[in-house]
Design a protein around this ligand. Structure first.
Ligand code: SAM
Length: 307
């Protein structure tokens, strides 16, 4: 898919066509393809439409009834924050009264959409032009929020970010673009020094912009968590999905916390005091090879002491 095709899919005609499609059915794909070709749609556009139909059916698991409102790339969908989790990220920025958030590596814009829906204006950039075009299309209901192709590293912090109510969100890629593993899924990286944009860059941004948040792997090494931040592990339906690190006004309670989300239940939050990040745990090394495991991969039961 190219940027032109994304624009065609996001046009009123493209959206109407996507809306008119029946639910994805593998057995009916060829018949549908032939029908769309007979109606005069170009072959590459038909291929893109059918891909969206397939990805939308997969996206229901992450976005529920909103899955049909968004455009996707396969990588973008796999990496996107699920709706419930994106909403909790967005709530932090909203509660800190931020006006603008720079989403540096915005993907297809799941977090950006959640923030925009709460009235926070998002300026997203993504290194991949098609992904950025998709995020921009997904943000169209909120005209002030935009996404464009660009390097996160080109971000220039405003002189007084707190006064201008500016924050930054980083959800660095933990996948190797274009590389698939044994099961055909995109290859994941586990080491903190392999994420893109880099961890050093995340730290630089957080120094320049107090209201910074970053989503990292749940295997985040405990000794890498910066002092004074809140590191929050989130699980959904029993699977630990991420460790988000929150700086400045986004940290509700500096230290470690766990948030347990389950379908149809109110969230549980635990702020149990966990060992200092500077003290290595005797329990061994993480996959990052940096030593010290944390409650990072908390079993929800262990981490949670009450509602
Ligand atoms: C995990 S995804 C973001 C997902 C997003 N938060 C969401 O919920 O949809 C990370 C994104 O960072 C982008 N990326 C990686 N390195 C980048 C860089 N140096 N500058 C800008 N974007 C980058 C990747 O293309 C990828 O789309």
């Amino acid at each position: 898919m190219d940027v032109g095709t994304v624009r065609a899919l996001g046009s009123p005609d493209g959206k109407a066509l996507l809306r008119s499609l029946p639910p994805y059915d593998e057995a009916a794909v060829f018949g549908l393809r032939d029908r769309l070709r007979r109606e005069g749609h170009p072959a590459d556009f038909v291929a893109a439409v059918l891909t969206q139909q397939r990805l939308r059916s997969r996206a229901v698991a992450k976005f529920g009834e909103f899955a049909g409102d968004l455009l996707y790339t396969p990588d973008g969908l796999e990496q996107a924050s699920r709706l419930e989790v994106a909403a909790t990220h967005a709530g932090r920025f909203y509660n800190a009264s931020l006006a603008t958030v720079h989403d540096l590596g915005c993907g297809i814009g799941s977090d950006a959409v959640a923030m925009s829906a709460l009235g926070v204006t998002v300026q997203g950039v993504d290194i991949d032009p098609v992904t950025a075009a998709i995020a921009d299309t997904n943000l169209r209901p909120w005209p002030d929020s935009r996404a464009r192709e660009g390097y996160a590293e080109e971000f220039e912090a405003p002189r007084d970010p707190l006064r201008s109510r500016v924050g930054v969100w980083l959800d660095p890629a933990r996948r190797v673009p274009g590389k698939t593993g044994r099961h055909g899924r995109i290859k994941r990286v586990f080491r903190l020094d392999e994420i893109r944009p880099s961890w050093d860059f995340v730290l630089q941004v957080a120094t320049a912009v107090p209201a910074t948040g970053a989503k990292l792997s749940p295997s985040m090494p405990q000794d890498a968590i910066p002092l004074g931040t809140e590191a929050q592990w989130t699980s959904y339906a029993g699977e630990v999905l991420e460790c988000a690190v929150w700086w400045g006004p986004l940290a509700q309670q500096p230290g470690r916390s766990a948030r347990i989300l389950s379908p149809g239940r109110s969230p549980w939050r635990s702020t149990r005091r966990w060992p200092s990040p500077t003290r290595p745990s005797p329990r061994g090394r993480t996959r990052s090879g940096r030593g010290s495991t944390s409650p990072t991969a908390p079993s929800p039961r262990r981490a949670c002491s009450g509602p």
